[in-house]
Each structure stands twice: as C-alpha cells, then as structure tokens.
Design a protein around this ligand. Structure first.
Ligand code: HEM
Length: 304
C-alpha cells in the first residue's frame, strides 16, 4: 500500500457553496452492483473542476461491503432524549456525500451528477444546500470554528491513526439543526454571548465568572487527563427565510467524543445541565458515518 491519504475534502478551505446528500441503498442490490455503481463517482463530472467530494458510509452498509476493514466503534446514531424537552432524533442513512465548491450552481450541478450516477442502486433520502455566511459565522451572527484545531493538527484530531482498523479514515457526525432565530435575536447581545460562551463580534471566550455552566462552549469543552477532547467542525449554515439553521458536520478519529459532547449538550451526562443553545435550536436529523481513507476507497473500488 502506498502513502496513506485521507479524503482531502474534509480539510478543504475556501469553499462558499455546499451540497449535502444522504442516500439509502436499495435492499435488492448486491455489494458488487453497489461498488460498480459507486465507482462512477470518480468520473470528472462529479469530482473535477474545483469541487471537493467527501463520501462516507453508515455502519450497516460499510460492514456489508466485502473487504472493508471497518472500525468496530462505527455504529448507527441513536436518539438522545434530553432533560426537560429537547431531544436529538436519529435519522440514519447508508451514504453521506458532501460536495463543496466556489459557487452554488457548480455544487448543485455536481450533486445532481452524483445522484444520477448511482441512481440504479441508491435513492436520495435527504438533500440540503448550504452557504458560507459572513465569512465563517453561524446565522446567529457568532463565528463558528474559532476553537477548531489549526490546519496542521486537524489531521491528528480527525483521522484514525495508522495501524488501526480504518486508518486514515474519519468518523462523521451529521445533524441538521433548525434555529429559532426570532427568539434568539430577541435576547440582548450580552445574553446571546452567555448562551454561546464567547463574544459576538470577535469570538473572545468569556471569563469563568461570566460564562454560565450551561454555555455552549462550557458543555462541549471536555478534559480527559488534562487534555481536551477535540473534533474538527465543518458545519455550514443553510436555509430559507422560513426554516434555517446550521448543518452540523463534525469529524473525529474517535466517535466517543461526539457522544460525550452530545450527552453534555442534552443534559444526560450526570450533572443534568443542558446546553442553553438547545433552547434556541433543535436537531431535526442525526446520523453517524465513516469517511474511509482514499486508499480504502481505492481498494474497495478495485484497480480497474
Ligand atoms: C445549533 C448547533 C450549533 C451551533 C450554532 C454551534 C455554534 C458554536 C459556536 C458559535 C462556537 C464557538 C466558536 C468556536 O469555537 O467555533 C462553538 C464551539 C464548539 N462547538 Fe458548537 N455549535 C452547534 C452544535 C455543536 C454540536 C452538536 C457539537 C458537538 C457534538 C459542537 C461542538 C463544539 C465544540 C467542540 C466547540 C469548541 C469548544 C471549545 O473548545 O471552545 N457544537 N459552537
């Protein structure tokens, strides 16, 4: 095997237009037919012309593919029943595609081409276009990504280390969150800042005496033996004037980090504190996927 290469789209920067697809593979399709069909995604109309394509598989499908060396910890997303109200639904599908590029027409065109190429084996279960908002802000107006690991460390955070099952691949958490922007924007800015735990303008972390334990960043900052659990977030704003929010995308070398963060957000982690953000935004979808290394994808697809 040559050099271990991740799917580069996971880390690609500077793309303002996004298209997310979830697909379900038809039950009567054999693994050979499936691989034949997905091999077509390497065609230039899908993955050339300044477009990034990331492909990831759900646990059931990945385990059914002959020769896939899957990490045991890959599992389907399970519903989380939060304390006093908010919950996180599970809407697991088989395949997740993330297409990103410089403009919406190109992203849409490539997303459509991808679905046409695999239409004989898989149906579209969900689709969502997304956009960059005012640089890298969430539509609440807060900068999203401040505490993301810097580029050079991102691979260590997101990728399964060499030698382990699934090496060079990445676990993905995908959740479509719908905001109640009207309610959030009625809060005074200082209160909004206490919801997030950072200032709105410059994304400066609030001091410990100003940051409530229910602040978003207080919930998702988890220390284990002196080291912070880290993930790489690539979330994207989406929506119309009536329904809008954040298409949350997280990558990690280890899926248990997502589970721990979510359980602290939904108040099921022991201290019973729920993330204040869940008063203003609710997930309407939730799934776990695995984005294999390029080497693993090539092996699956055969040399051809
Ligand atoms: C409505 C959905 C969400 C919104 C609007 C949101 C927004 C934000 C914002 C504004 C920040 C602060 C700036 C930054 O460091 O990026 C942040 C930080 C963070 N978020 Fe979220 N987030 C959402 C959901 C989630 C979920 C579902 C997770 C994990 C499962 C998560 C994990 C994190 C982490 C790890 C940080 C960095 C914490 C730190 O080290 O300071 N977020 N988020």
């Amino acid at each position: 095997m040559g050099l271990l290469l991740p799917q580069f789209g996971i880390f690609a920067q500077g793309t303002g237009a996004h298209y997310f697809l979830e697909l379900d593979v038809r039950w009567d399709v054999t693994p050979a037919e499936l691989l034949d069909s997905f091999r077509r995604l390497r065609a230039p109309e899908v993955s050339a012309g300044g477009i990034n394509l990331v492909i990831a598989f759900g646990s059931d499908l990945w385990r059914s593919l002959p020769g896939s060396r899957f990490p045991e910890s890959l599992a389907n997303f399970r519903e989380i029943m939060g304390v006093d109200g908010p919950s996180a639904p599970a809407t697991q599908h088989d395949v997740w595609l993330w297409i990103s590029g410089s403009s919406p027409d190109v992203a849409w065109e490539h997303a459509r081409a991808a679905t046409e190429l695999v239409r004989d084996v898989a149906n579209v279960a969900s689709e969502q276009a997304g956009f960059s908002y005012r640089g890298s802000r969430d539509i609440t107006g807060f900068i999203d990504g401040t505490a993301n690991p810097p580029t050079l460390e991102a691979a260590d955070v997101a990728l399964v280390p060499p030698g382990e099952p699934g090496e060079g691949g990445s676990f993905v958490l995908v959740q479509r969150w719908v905001h109640d922007l009207r309610a959030f924007s009625q809060l005074p800015v200082e209160e909004q800042e206490r919801v997030i735990g950072r200032t709105k303008g410059e994304s400066v972390e609030l001091s410990d005496d100003l940051k409530p334990p229910s602040a978003h960043i207080a919930r998702v900052t988890i220390e284990v033996e002196g080291a912070e659990l880290e993930i790489v977030r690539r979330s994207v704003p989406f929506g119309s004037v009536e329904e809008h929010g954040l298409y949350f995308v997280g990558f990690s070398a280890d899926p248990s980090r997502f589970a721990r963060m979510l359980s602290r957000m939904f108040g099921t982690s022991g201290d019973g504190i729920r993330d204040r953000l869940t008063d203003f935004s609710r997930p309407v979808s939730g799934a776990f996927y695995f984005a294999p290394s390029q080497n693993a994808l090539r092996e699956l697809a055969g040399s051809e």
